[in-house]
Design a protein around this ligand. Structure first.
Ligand code: AGP
Length: 609
């Protein structure tokens, strides 16, 4: 949510670096963008409503240069997307500029008291208040001013600040919104995520909450908000630069869908062993005993990660015979949950920064539960603050609609369920069968991807519809939810997912020839039942797109369009059945001319409530 970059160097124009970095984090927010640069001529700011391309065009007409600068791509919280609300925001002197990700909760009272002191505001943003507040404390030392201002701020921030009077100084601070420092040769960067800077450096320092960093071309220092020096470890970014390129695909989303053939295995590579029929997850070792002996597992997440959690619930019950519950993080954090020592919580998050998930996790920890993270982004806040966990290793996911992170989460959950199951009820023979089925998944995804053109054709026939229903049962009920979410997010078509049997309790009233119904109907334990649900749809004139097992004739007779998937074990079926639904949503969105990678109103990582 909002992309930030800042950079300080010597004798070099930093604007191309800022612009390249902004393009890399545009997936975090894209309703307006801007940069500010400090040079010997003072502070120059350029901002536009809309995307980075617009900012690039403005810079062509009205160039700025300088060795120190900050940039921002915005996902609006306070104030509509507009040039005036875009970042950077400046202070009363016009010599200090701030980019900010997060929400200053007490900005109204801060603004009121600044107005009483004569400050005049031009935007509706909380960030402008932050800029004025820092400016009001400025007495020739930017770091000191930032520290003094932040002592008065309540809320979340990942921010970068520059001042025309200190041309070689870049100050960053974090509380609740991510900020990473990049270390180059004579050049230092701050960014909301590594993608913004990885082209220039792989040496990074992850800031923790309530820390301030000051960078100059000569070096950096990290301190607490109270000005105590902190020693930070320099970490190496390991992922490949290819991850931030489209590599010939028209969109990141399509590239990421196709990457699943590889990423599903990356999630469990070296972690599942066929001879042992078991999974070995280093990040859970310390808590293995608690997991095995726990009476229930609580899974907490949002959005697509929540859907993965729902599938995990079925897996834990089936394979491990442990009762599991899945909670929306946003609900959990404000309830009075019955949870405490002995309970095991698994938080699922692609970004590792989702604020609701983070807050729910902290709440569970506060109440004494063990919290394990299933997280994709290495070094993210949830990954660092959880008591243990497993990285999904899907690589950077840029498309706002999550695809490869979801299937990787499912592979990891299957591995966790397997290892608990082996300690409780699954025999070595069964374990080996499960591992073999997991090993087959990448190839099976490859088979589904080979049918991409056929799915594209189906998509073209349905792209004009305004409503869709998605139905599934058992393991495929959450897949129906996920399929519907994918379609909504990127094509803006209204879509709902239901457990197929629930249809007759209300949604069936919607069915007519204008309502395409996507039915996930593999040959599993629910097969006969879901055939009956399909009959009910047909009887009311509904059109069916079915996802079914290879070689199925019965579904073919009933459905208008059929997409076949290879056969696997029931708990692994969602990893396959979701892939055609991702492709269907993708092609429908492209057909409708939607901006697939940056759908309206959304942002990749939701770091505000
Ligand atoms: C998925 O396509 C969404 N864009 C969204 O629902 C996402 O899954 C949700 O915001 C949770 O994000 P996280 O996994 O990074 O915590």
């Amino acid at each position: 949510m909002c992309g930030i970059i800042g950079c300080v160097t010597k004798d070099r124009n930093i604007v191309p670096v800022l612009m390249e970095g902004l393009r890399r984090v545009e997936y975090r927010g894209y309703d307006s963008a801007g940069i500010a640069v400090v040079s010997d001529d003072g502070l120059a700011v350029r901002r536009v409503e809309g995307k980075i391309d617009g900012l690039a065009a403005l810079l062509e007409q009205s160039p700025v240069t300088g060795p120190t600068g900050i940039g921002h791509t915005r996902w609006a919280t306070h104030g509509e997307p507009s040039e005036v609300n875009a970042h950077p925001q400046t202070d009363a002197s016009g010599r200090l500029a701030v980019v900010h990700n997060g929400i200053v909760e007490n900005y109204r009272s801060l603004r009121r008291s600044l107005e009483e002191d004569g400050h005049v505001f031009s935007s509706e943003t909380d960030t402008e208040v932050l800029a004025h507040l820092i400016g009001s404390h400025y007495e020739g030392n930017l770091e000191a001013a930032v520290r003094a201002a932040l002592a008065k701020v309540r809320g979340a921030y990942g921010m970068a600040v520059i001042h025309a009077d200190e041309p070689g100084v870049l100050v960053g601070a974090r509380n609740g919104s991510p900020l990473v420092l990049g270390i180059g040769r004579g050049t230092y960067y701050v960014a909301s995520d590594v993608a913004a800077i990885v082209r220039h450096t792989r040496d990074v320092v992850y800031l923790d909450d309530l820390e301030v960093v000051v960078a100059t071309p000569e070096g950096f220092s990290a301190t607490t908000l109270e000005d105590e020096l902190v020693t930070k470890d320099v970490e190496k970014v390991t992922w490949n630069i290819d991850t931030i390129e489209k590599n010939g695909f028209p969109h990141f989303m399509l590239k990421e869908i196709f990457e699943q053939e590889r990423t599903v295995w990356d999630a469990v590579r070296g972690r599942v062993i066929e001879t042992a029929g078991d999974a070995f997850l280093g990040g859970l070792r310390e808590h293995r005993r608690s997991l095995i002996s726990s009476n229930r597992i609580i899974i907490i997440a949002c959005g697509t990660s929540w859907h993965a959690g729902l599938i995990g619930e079925y897996m834990f019950e089936d394979l491990a015979r442990i009762s599991a519950e899945v909670e929306y993080a946003s609900e959990f954090r404000y309830r009075n949950p019955v949870i405490g020592p002995g309970d095991v919580v698994i938080v699922m998050s692609q970004s590792g920064e989702t604020i609701d998930t983070l807050a729910a996790m902290n709440e569970a920890q506060r109440r004494g539960a063990i919290v394990l993270g299933v997280v994709n982004v290495v070094g993210s806040t949830i990954a660092r603050q959880s008591d243990g966990g497993v990285y999904t290793h899907a690589g950077l996911e840029i498309g706002v609609a999550s695809t490869k992170a979801f299937t990787s989460q499912l592979m990891v959950l299957a591995a966790v369920a397997l290892t608990i199951g082996r300690a409780r009820s699954v025999s070595v023979t069964e374990g080996r069968e499960i591992v073999r089925a997991m090993q087959a998944i990448p190839g099976q995804i490859g088979e589904i991807l080979a049918g991409n053109e056929a799915i594209k054709e189906i998509a073209s026939r349905y792209a004009k519809h305004s409503n869709f229903l998605y139905l599934g049962r058992g393991y495929n009920f959450p897949v129906a939810l996920e399929g519907a979410l994918k379609l909504k997010e990127i094509s803006y078509i209204h879509a709902e997912g239901y457990p197929a049997a629930e249809m007759k309790h209300g949604p069936i009233a919607l069915i007519d020839e204008n309502m395409p119904v996507v039915v996930i109907a593999p040959q599993d334990a629910f097969y006969e039942k879901i055939l009956s649900n399909m009959q009910e749809v047909k009887a009311r004139g509904g059109r069916i797109i079915a996802v079914t097992s290879q070689g199925d004739d019965q579904v073919k007779k009933m459905a208008d369009d059929v997409i076949e998937i290879p056969r696997t074990m029931p708990h692994l079926t969602p990893i396959l059945s979701v892939v055609p639904l991702q492709l269907l949503a993708y092609h429908i969105a492209v057909e409708r001319g939607c901006h697939v990678d940056q759908p309206r109103n959304l942002a990749k990582s939701v770091t505000v409530e």
